[in-house]
Ligand binder design. Sequence first.
Ligand code: DGY
Length: 313
Amino acid sequence: MKHKLLQHAEIPPLRDTELHTRYDVHPLWKESDPQAFLVEHGPAFSGYVTSARFGVDEATLAALPNLKVISSFGVGTDTLPLEAASARGIAVGYTPDVLNDCVADTAFGLVMDVARRFSAADRFVRRGDWLKGQYPLATRVSGKRLGILGLGRIGQVVARRASGFDMEVRYHNRRPNPSVPYAYEATLESLARWADFLVVVSAGGPETRNLVSSDVLRALGPKGYLVNVSRGSVVDEGALIQALQDGAIAGAGLDVYADEPRVPDKLLGMEQVVLLPHLASATHETRQAMADLVLENLDSYFSTGKLRTGVPA
Ligand code: DGY
């Protein structure tokens, strides 16, 4: 008999895996009243498929008394009920590493775009403004200082990209990592003061909420740029808008926001800001690798009792 899985939302690359042939998958998002469905049918499911975006809420978890495994599409764990799952012995899988390159490419793309103003220049050409005069000069990237908040797996790939641009790299984590060849700054403010570009790659969740505060932005200074590819919650968005309005920083490149998919109107009106729709891992190759890992985690769990890539305790 096939294991019964509940799938929270449509995740298109999963269609190109054998998820639906190997498992009996029910699409929860097609239910008109998902909560009523859960109350009636919740006990039948042993697995839950979700994504870093949607996670699993407490009410859903409570309605699944026989749940054994959650397999999440994405590297972020801030929407996953890790403590409650651990207390019930539910295994939680996610998809780290396979997206490192694409997320780092996006971070570096935002560094390039916000400094060299490629997106704004594209709008300039399309408006026909080149016929009226030259586009203003921008800021050089190569040879500058890149500060990384969160030098984990993705942060280290960003640092490697930066070395190809002859940039000096420093970082701030909760603790220094003795195995990396980059200088550690003991505070985020000192990192921001040193950096020309501050790139946020740290995980989301309560521990990192609003770490990038108005003080940090002031330390980054009027020639400094902020890039965020982690979670909107890591940056105090109100303070960021104020800093951009006041010219306290030069610009920002953002892939993530406090209340996605809503982006504050004030940011939409700013030319010194590059705005992306949370697409850092969104390439065919990477999203397929993530979907394959969602399935591998389920297969591995149901055949051996162990996940291939479980969220660390
Ligand atoms: C991730 O994998 O966590 C991405 O940010 C998608 O939410």
